[in-house]
Ligand binder design. Structure first.
Ligand SMILES: [Zn+2]
Length: 366
């Protein structure tokens, strides 16, 4: 129906309408990026039950992995230089121009850069930047090891199909450092790193990756230690043994699992130390998953880097026992600390900790 209507229009209508729509499109993209930047900065994604801005974009907003990554990266760059939102809205620059400028924004004022590349094509902007600035350092070389387009997001948060050789996020023109690096995201959670995990037939997943020499030596050592337990050339079986050992060791050291939970739960009324058995009970009770539930009833799905949170803080008389402990992901531990003690206060504490003036775990103590 839509195409039938458009195809019936004359050139005198089609062309002006196309121009008007493009102008609206630019404004719409800028409006979306500005809102993403604010949601990200205020960590509103945590309030509604997500452990990261990236997960919020995928699940709440329904964006694809690449769309989420590109928009979040552009939003974070523009957040540091708000003039870019206006330039994007009125069509002076495009989203890909923001990626082009990401490196140069560190060394030149945003208004000068925007004036220089306004209304230029990608190639023209690149030429202008090359003429004005010394060549930036070359990025780490990233080579695609698969061209399979079937890559999709995995349940464990790994991401696939986000990068290719033409992706401006991964390869900012002019050799800029990757725009999605921790350096460019400040205190915000880093955006997903490259991974090559390919869903195959049911119950099977293909992995393809490159390791450095020392990791390869570790693999050879592990394979030798396994002896006849694995067939020659069975790399997958070596990996399975290694992962089982890793998971068991981390579950034990971080969550006290694989030890007895019989008898009364240990209680240390005024202590911050969490005995292994107490951690194991809380971990099992919460299902090894962040226990945050939003006001709308959405429970966070994060299972990564879980931390033990005192529901009633120790400073307010809370006790270290099963009832007063819960698992939280880093985003929700931070969110709850902000809610209890105030964002400004917690930001100051985090800045101090970053600068090395405090080695105490603020989030854990809150
Ligand atoms: Zn969470």
């Amino acid at each position: 129906m839509l195409f039938a209507c458009v195809s019936a229009q004359s050139a005198s209508v089609l062309i002006p309408e196309t121009k008007a729509l493009l102008k609206r499109e630019s404004d719409c993209i800028a409006q979306v990026l500005a809102r993403l930047a604010v949601i990200d900065d205020r960590r509103l994604f945590a309030e509604v039950g997500y452990s990261s801005m990236y997960e919020f974009c995928l699940q709440e907003l329904g964006l694809t992995e690449r769309a989420a990554l590109n928009r979040l990266t552009a939003a974070r760059i523009a957040f540091a230089h708000p003039l870019l939102f206006d330039a994007l809205a009125d069509g002076r620059i495009s989203m890909s121009t923001i990626f082009q400028l990401s490196y140069h924004l560190r060394v030149a004022p945003a208004d000068e850069l925007v004036a220089g590349v306004a209304h230029l094509s990608r190639a023209q902007a690149q030429a202008w930047l090359a003429e004005r600035f010394a060549k930036p350092p070359l990025p780490t070389k990233i080579e695609s090891v698969t061209t399979d387009r079937r890559r999709r997001s995995m349940d464990d948060g790994s991401t696939m199909g986000l990068f290719d050789e033409s992706n401006p996020v991964q390869h900012p023109p002019g050799g800029a450092a990757p725009a999605n690096s921790q350096e460019s995201t400040g205190s915000k959670e880093p955006l997903p790193a490259r991974a090559q995990v390919i869903p195959c037939r049911e119950e099977r997943v293909a992995y393809q990756f490159t390791v450095d020499r020392s990791t390869h030596e570790l693999f050879l050592k592990a394979r030798a230690l396994l002896g006849n337990e694995v067939a020659p050339g069975d790399v997958a079986n070596v990996m399975a043994h290694a992962l089982r050992a890793l998971v068991r060791e981390r579950e034990k050291s971080r969550h006290g699992l694989h030890s007895s939970t019989r008898g009364p739960a240990p209680t240390t009324p005024k202590g911050r130390y969490l005995p292994a058995r107490l951690r194991a009970i809380v971990f099992r009770r919460d299902g090894g998953r962040c226990a945050y539930i939003s006001d709308a009833g959405k429970r966070c799905e994060c299972r990564r880097a879980l931390q033990y949170d005192h529901i009633v803080p120790l400073a307010q008389g809370g006790q270290t026992n099963v009832r007063n402990l819960r698992l939280l992901c880093p985003a929700h531990n931070q969110f709850e600390a902000d809610r209890r003690l105030g964002r400004a206060f917690m930001d100051a504490k985090r800045d101090a900790r970053k600068q090395g003036s405090s080695s105490h775990s603020i989030e854990g103590a809150a």
